[in-house]
Design a protein around this ligand. Structure first.
Ligand code: HEM
Length: 441
């Protein structure tokens, strides 16, 4: 006869075996190929241990793992096998995701669950006909000369009236500054002025700036959350970071709506900013009511602010960081700049046509973007199962991540320097090593 303790122990052991077998079976049946390279993955917890260990160096961790696979692509199994996906840095696969089989790779719930409250139906967060419509409107506007001039005027004014005076004073006073913060303020002022037509002073007096930063921060944590059920639970209970997020979104909505309503009274075509342009286009579109029209405008504008703000400041920050470590490159950029005719005006601002002649600067910026892409990783969801060009199987409803940050490593593995060679040939000097020794491909 077994005593009660032994019986419980056997029951517990059998239950654990059963659960493990269930998850093993589930994971095997949900992945018909099971041949994809995979980082160390466990039956129940998937890749969670590796993710938690490397959370603080996520992009380097991903790049390292990808570089150890035959074609820079691996399979990812999440906690409890609740989701599966692949991650790739192989340019042929990326081209397949974003172009060749574009219809099969949508933003879907992968984006929507995380960004819905902040972005609603804005271009960054949507697919299908709503995306096509916004994309068409945006590409038309961004190709107009008037918008190009407006953006150029806004940036000129921000540089002349705020950025340069601030940097000159910092130099004269021998101040130590946080350049990343300065560039973040610079791009935020620019993008808000381009999007809403609002002046810096108006922006500084509102809680919009902080609310926007808080909201973006929370969305990033949601994306990086190893167990999304945790933040979803916090959202339902309206506690902690999710409570603060809800408050931040409220501030952003109120701020945007206030500007939209005040702009409704202005004459159509009197302003050049994006909101005024989208407003005038939306006059020809059908909406259920005024509220729905305002929400359309709010969503598209907030998407633009989100997309333009941190991407540009991150690009500039990495660029100056690389320049600071590579004086040779700084000297070459200066030499190229001084080859343009001198002007009396200070600070000297370059026109679009002059900028087109700055080939070395262009190449240096391009290399900086390649080495440290401001959107280092991005994601899609599959509509149907597929096989990527390198033979990787991908199931229906899986996520497909692509790491732009890991692409430089993948290119150097497969002779991608050819691309740079071609580029350098075009601009007629050796561009194989513009900036960083660490990143020469
Ligand atoms: C160095 C600066 C920038 C970089 C590196 C960058 C990079 C990117 C990338 C990689 C995407 C693709 C996202 C995806 O496919 O999911 C994207 C989308 C987008 N970007 Fe940028 N961006 C920059 C600046 C800007 C600026 C200044 C604006 C606005 C004025 C902007 C507006 C957008 C919009 C609206 C989208 C969504 C497009 C769509 O879904 O069709 N970006 N950007």
């Amino acid at each position: 006869m077994l005593d009660l303790n032994s019986a419980s122990l056997i029951f517990l052991t059998l239950s654990l075996c059963f659960i493990s077998l269930f998850f093993l079976f589930f994971s095997a049946s949900s992945n018909p190929s099971n041949k994809n390279p995979c980082p160390q993955s466990y039956p129940i917890i998937g890749n969670l241990p590796g993710f938690l260990r490397n959370h603080h160096r996520f992009h380097d961790w991903v790049a390292e793992m990808l570089s150890q696979t035959p074609s820079c692509t691996l399979q990812v199994n999440s906690f409890l096998n609740l989701s599966h996906g692949i991650c790739t840095a192989n340019p042929i696969n990326i081209e397949h995701l974003l172009c060749a089989n574009f219809q099969n790779y949508i933003k879907g719930s992968r984006y929507y669950n995380v960004l819905n409250e902040l972005l609603g139906q804005g271009i960054v967060n949507i697919d299908a006909h709503v995306w096509i419509l916004q994309r068409k409107i945006a590409s038309y506007e961004f190709n107009t000369k008037s918008l190009k001039h407006f953006i150029s005027d806004v940036v000129k004014s921000e540089i002349t009236n705020r950025l340069m005076p601030f940097l000159s004073k910092a130099c004269n006073d021998d101040m130590v500054i946080d350049l990343q913060q300065v560039l973040q303020n610079f791009t935020f002022n620019n993008i808000c002025n381009v999007a809403f037509g609002v002046d810096h002073a108006y922006l500084q007096n509102s809680s919009f700036v902080k609310a926007f930063d808080d909201a973006v921060e929370n969305c990033s944590s949601r994306f990086m959350s190893p167990i999304p059920a945790v933040w979803k639970m916090k959202r339902v209970m309206n506690i902690g970071s999710e409570k603060r997020f809800k408050e931040a979104v409220k501030v952003i909505n109120e701020y945007a709506m206030e500007i939209i309503i005040s702009d409704e009274n202005k004459e159509i075509g009197s302003n050049q900013d994006l909101l005024s342009r989208f407003m005038s286009t939306s006059k020809n579109m059908e909406f259920q009511d005024q509220e729905q029209r305002r929400k359309f405008l709010r969503d598209i504008i907030i998407s633009f602010i989100l997309a333009g703000k941190d991407s540009t400041s991150t690009a500039l920050t990495w660029f100056f960081w690389l320049i600071a470590g590579n004086p040779r490159c700084a000297r070459l950029i200066r030499a190229e700049l001084s080859s343009l005719p001198e002007l009396e005006l200070r600070p000297r601002i370059f026109s679009y046509d002059e900028l087109k002649k700055l080939h070395y600067l262009h190449a240096a910026l391009s290399e900086s973007l390649r080495l440290f892409p401001p959107v280092p990783i991005n994601s899609r969801l599959t509509v149907d199962k597929d096989v990527l060009p390198d033979g990787t199987y991908i199931g229906k409803g899986w996520f497909a991540d692509y790491s732009a940050y890991a692409v430089v490593g993948s290119l150097s593995l497969r002779g991608g320097w050819m691309l740079m060679e071609r580029f350098s040939h075009q601009i007629n000097f050796d561009s194989r090593c513009f900036i960083a020794d660490l990143g020469c491909v």
